[in-house]
Design a protein around this ligand. Structure first.
Ligand code: WTA
Length: 678
């Protein structure tokens, strides 16, 4: 089956086509000095030769990388066994290893006192450093506690915590004893948390008494209490103390730190098969039900480690600052697994970009001497508006590479990041990837150090990645200067293996739309020079401040309101957030309600049902929604209405009732005038 609704490909806006090129100082191009595992790749002379080799002779490339970078308990026998048509993906078959040993023990052996984590707590200047030795000790105590409390190899532990050393220890403790972790972003509501706990069938939840962010206290334990009421699988909740305020503890709750102190500091690591589950991570798709993507041990860790090393040009001794929350894949791969596998010092950022003021990031860069800074375009756009003085106040000379992730970075934000934050010295890497891909797939680096970087473009595939653009008939587009649905044509070790408990959905979503390819759900443009630029989602997924949310998830919540007959949520361009949510609702005929109050009620429902970030900025009440004759809501048309792009309404011939569009336009204009949404 092909992608059913023919994707519309957006060409990049003209501003993105104004390419300015940046060149950086040449460095060594001696391939094997730069990448030791490449020593055996005869005939490979430079980094682009290495790229060709990694794709053309993928098995040799990945086998060498896996032997070199990972410590194995038992060597693997096969490199890969993959068949996209069945969604069957296996890497490093027969191999055994333990991820926590790879992230901790082997570094403790060489440099126990090296700092593994810098916990950048909410209050600036109150950071806490944790060495590899201490992190291993914490992980072992927690691993033993989990084991003693009945968590088995193959079980699943849900972690609902802000970024902090104990959260990392919890992830690694699961890895140590062979349980999967399921980290849920601590901004999700009780209902969203409960849904993820139930789907993952967790019997154990780990949380903190309270979170602290932007100077505010967040009642995380209370949220867990509410959530577990509807989770019969949960037998125990381990509670760590982030603040000194006591919380109500029930018979089900365990004082985590107190019990950890009773445990031994040595914990036997489980010998895991390469393809055992390492973690589940829920993300939004185009139905109302979030999907629990499954990542496994060896392939994921190898891919996170290799991308961390080469995309950011990480070197031994560098301080790596990824400011993403551990509740997202970026936090998993680039705050935790990639850096720790490489023995790096990694920052865990608990605060916000504007707390206590818009200089926070750069004051932190100066204080912690951060070498690589990895953040989201939405924060860059926000800080840009506050002006350059907040950046100039601080010394950023430690910075070597700047990274961007989660959504397209517009040229203005890219230029500011490069020129003001990086002082024109640091390569900016716009990294494209997804929860599904496990690690960065397209980014300007690695390439020769002097190779050009074009603003706002992810540009070049990573080692072993073979992107493909498909047309609406499902044929691969082979020429340049063309746009299509972005697929990846051959497997790579970091890719997700399945959707937890729903392999068929995995096949239908990623493998069936373009048989023989992995479909990403994104559209992309390939330039004349062969560089990639991501143009946005092709499905009903909205990207709000770099966070994915499905329109169906929002609509499901809105439709639960007794006054609402039906609704349509869409994403529209938003200056800071990238996209904002806008909802159209049709009320039941008998309802007589005050619009402002209803609007507020609906927003509260979304915050309670999902998370604050998913709340519509604006709710417009309409008599009817524009639909096709077969009854499908035409969200494409509504999006154009909200973006005031009436010329772009496109083909309306399948529309059932043209008056619905006119009504939406008029209502939107009235609202714009009233609320000045745009
Ligand atoms: C979008 C985040 C443009 C894209 C790592 C993708 C991007 C979705 C970029 C994945 C980028 C991520 N340029 N778009 N550099 N990076 N995206 O799963 O639509 O939270 O499919 O993973 O974010 O979001 P996810």
């Amino acid at each position: 089956m092909l992608f059913t609704c023919a994707p519309k490909f957006r060409l990049p806006s003209s501003s993105l086509l104004v390419f300015r090129r940046y060149h950086h100082v040449p460095g060594t191009s001696e391939v094997s000095a730069w990448m030791p595992e490449a020593a055996g790749f005869g005939g490979v002379r430079d980094r682009s030769g290495l790229q060709d080799f990694s794709v053309g002779r993928a098995e040799s490339f990945w086998a060498a990388a896996a032997r070199h970078r990972l410590s194995w308990i038992r060597p693997f026998r096969t490199v890969q066994d993959c068949d996209f048509s069945r969604g069957h993906i296996t890497w490093f078959g027969g191999g055994r290893l333990n991820v926590s040993v790879n992230c901790l023990d082997r570094h403790v052996q060489n440099s126990p006192e090296r700092v593994a984590l810098i916990w950048e707590r909410d209050e600036p200047g109150s950071e806490v450093k944790v060495t590899y030795r201490q992190l291993l000790e914490m992980t072992c105590r927690l691993g033993n506690l989990l084991r003693r409390r009945g968590v088995k190899r193959g079980g699943c532990v849900t972690i609902y915590m802000p970024p902090c050393p104990l959260a990392v220890a919890a992830m690694l403790a699961c890895a140590r004893i062979g349980a999967a972790h399921n980290v849920v972003f601590a901004g999700f509501s009780a209902e969203a948390l409960a849904e993820r706990i139930r789907d993952a069938q967790s019997s154990t939840v780990i949380t903190v008494n309270q979170g602290v962010r932007g100077g505010k206290v967040i009642e995380l334990k209370k949220t867990v209490d509410t959530a577990v009421q509807s989770c019969p699988s949960v037998q125990q909740v381990l509670v760590a103390m982030r603040t000194e305020n006591p919380v109500v503890m029930t018979a089900r709750d365990v004082a985590m730190e107190e019990e950890m102190l009773l445990e031994d500091t040595v914990c036997e690591p489980a010998a895991m098969d390469s393809e055992d589950t390492l973690f589940l991570l829920y993300t939004s798709g185009s139905t109302g039900k979030p999907k629990g993507l499954v990542h496994t041990q060896a392939g994921y860790l190898l891919y996170a480690s290799l991308t961390h090393r080469y995309v950011f040009d990480y070197h031994d001794g560098d301080v790596f600052g990824c400011v993403a929350d551990i509740g997202w894949i970026t936090g998993h791969s680039y705050s935790v697994y990639g850096p720790l596998a490489n023995g790096a010092t990694t920052v865990l950022f608990e605060s916000t970009p504007v707390y206590p003021d818009p200089g926070r990031y750069w004051e932190m860069v100066q204080r912690l001497q951060i070498n690589q800074f990895y953040g989201a375009p939405t924060a860059i756009r926000l800080l840009l508006k506050y002006g350059d003085q907040w950046v100039h106040k601080y010394d950023r000379s430690s910075l070597k590479t700047l990274g961007s992730v989660g959504e397209p970075i517009n040229t203005e934000a890219w230029e500011w990041y490069h020129r003001v934050v990086g002082g024109g010295r640091c390569p900016v890497v716009d990294t494209w990837w997804q929860t599904e891909t496990g690690g960065i797939c397209i980014a300007p680096r690695p390439s020769e150090p002097e190779a050009e970087i074009i603003p706002g473009m992810a540009m070049r595939p990573f080692f072993g990645i073979k992107p493909a653009l498909m047309d609406s008939e499902g044929k691969e587009l082979t020429s340049n200067n063309t746009s299509g649905a972005l697929c990846i044509a051959q497997p790579w070790p970091g890719m997700a293996r399945t959707i937890f408990n729903d392999h068929q959905r995995f096949i239908d979503t990623y493998c069936r739309p373009y048989p023989g390819y992995f479909f990403t759900g994104d559209g992309a443009y390939r330039s004349e020079e062969g560089y990639y630029q991501i143009t946005g989602r092709l499905d009903d997924v909205i990207n709000v401040s770099g966070h994915r949310i499905g329109t169906a998830e929002i609509e499901d919540v809105l439709n639960q309101c007794p006054a609402v007959a039906e609704s349509a949520a869409i994403g529209y361009s938003h200056d800071i957030k990238g996209q904002g949510v806008y909802a159209f609702v049709v009320l039941k005929t008998s309802v007589d309600i005050q619009e402002g109050a209803l609007s507020q009620q609906l927003k509260n429902m979304v915050a309670k049902g999902i998370a604050k970030y998913a709340c519509p900025d604006c709710i417009q009440i309409v008599q009817r929604l524009p639909k096709t004759r077969s009854g499908k809501i035409m969200r494409r048309v509504l999006r154009k209405v909200v973006e005031c792009d009436l010329d772009g309404l496109g083909d309306l011939s399948t529309l059932d009732d043209p008056a619905a569009v006119q009504e939406a336009i008029k209502g939107h204009c009235d609202l714009c005038r009233k609320e000045q949404v745009q």
